[in-house]
Structures are given as C-alpha cells and as structure tokens.
Design a protein around this ligand. Structure first.
Ligand code: SF4
Length: 236
C-alpha cells in the first residue's frame, strides 16, 4: 500500500513545539478511540481528495526557507509499509520529520529510527498498560506491541514524547500514575486536554473536561517518575 495523504496543513505552528511544519494526514486507523477528532479519516476517507506526493514536494520545495519539517499524522501513519520510502523522499530534501503514532507497530518504528527517518516521535499511551487499554482505544490491543514501542523510543537516543489525552471516565489520576511509573525516566510526558464536541462517540462528546485542579494533581503524582510532565491544551 503506498502512503495516501488526505489532508495537508501547509503551515502549522502547533504540531511540533518550537517548529514550523507542514502537517500531513493519512487516512485509516487501527484504533477507534471514542474521543478521536480525526475520525472522518477512518470512517469516510473517500470524502477527502488525495493530496498528491508531487504537490507535497512542490510546496515544501517552494517554502523551504521557513518550513522546518513535516509532521506525519492521521489516522495512523504506521499502517503504511511504504512509510519509510515516503519519509526518505522528504528527508532527502533536508526537512526534519515528526511522527505521530499510536505505537501499534514497533517493528516499523524501529526501521524508521534505524534509517534516520524520524527526528521526533510523539507516541500516544492511551491509559495504563493492562486490559483497560482496549476500552480506551476502542479495539482489542496487543499490549506487548505498545510496550515494545515504548521501550524502543526510550532506548533510541532520538527525541520523543509520550502523551495521554485525559478523558474523564476513561483516564483517571491512577491511570496517569501507572503510566508514569511504566515510563519512569522518559524524556517527556504530555497530559493533553480532552475536547468533547466533535468526538467520535456521542456519549463521550458530552463529557466535561478536567479542570486545572485535576490536571495539577495528575502532574504532581506523575512527576516523581518523569521529570518533564507538561499539560497541553486549554485548561481552565
Ligand atoms: S489512535 Fe489517534 S487517529 Fe486513531 S482513533 Fe485513536 S485518536 Fe484517532
């Protein structure tokens, strides 16, 4: 399967802290997180026109004076076995590459790292690494693959972050602490604010997000295990 791109944000200041990137979205995902906001990419990918590779390259070439790199997101980019080839074509132009992934394909992740095709990886850890993972990701998960991806990133030497979208009823303080213990010594752990409206599942869309005191507690409880725990999103 060649890599399909369904959406391109030409200039993004939000997808990679401190970098200006072009963000590319693949369709399809092997997870069904009930709070997902990119669900049209897996529920109705044909509603989006393909963004041709040559158009991506043309845009990058024309704007290389101020674009630092690309963010490859989706959907789940690691579903595409030809991802290394696709990223190589962009890397060869001198751009940095950030990958967003759910961590379900550690073997592909290892290839991307070994071949120097990613400069930064943001990997989701949906909840604590046990049977609860299936409920939060909406499908049956091979938890060993998620654990292996975590281990690969922590031993890789490249820059990365782990991130959890903290959805009330799905992710509690105890889950955050268990995750932090599992990734003890990680470079960065991001607690992302949940946004209800627009979520994949309607019952989740109606949930009120955590407020600042709850975030503060999560950061406090996770900090003994990871030095750099940060909050991301609109937290009131
Ligand atoms: S892994 Fe990401 S893209 Fe896939 S369903 Fe979950 S939030 Fe959406």
């Amino acid at each position: 399967m060649s890599v399909t791109i369904k959406k391109m944000i030409e200039t993004s200041f939000l997808d990679w802290d401190g970098k200006i990137v072009t963000t590319l979205y693949v369709p399809n995902c092997n997870f069904r997180c009930p709070y997902c906001h990119n669900w049209p990419l897996f529920e109705k990918p044909d509603d989006f026109e393909d963004v041709k590779h040559e158009d991506v390259m043309k845009y990058l070439e024309a704007h290389k004076d101020f674009i630092d790199g690309i963010c490859m997101t989706g959907g789940e980019p690691s579903l595409y076995p030809e991802l290394p080839k696709y990223l190589r074509s962009i890397k060869d132009m001198g751009f940095l590459i950030k990958l967003d992934t759910n961590g379900s394909d550690p073997d592909l992740l290892q290839i991307l790292i070994d071949e120097g095709l990613v400069d930064y990886v943001a990997m989701d850890i949906k909840t604590q690494l046990n049977g609860k993972y299936d409920a939060v990701s909406g499908v049956e998960i091979d938890i060993d693959k998620i654990k292996k991806s975590i281990s690969i990133l922590m031993g890789s030497g490249i820059d990365y972050e782990f991130r959890t979208t903290v959805v009330p009823t799905l992710v509690e303080v105890d889950d955050v602490v268990k995750i932090a213990k599992f990734i003890e010594g990680a470079r960065k752990y991001v607690l992302q604010q949940f946004v209800g409206p627009g979520s994949y599942m309607e019952d989740i869309a109606a949930i009120e997000p955590y407020e600042r005191p709850a975030f503060n507690e999560m950061v406090l409880e996770a900090s003994p295990y990871v030095d750099n725990v940060i909050m991301r999103g609109n937290i009131y």
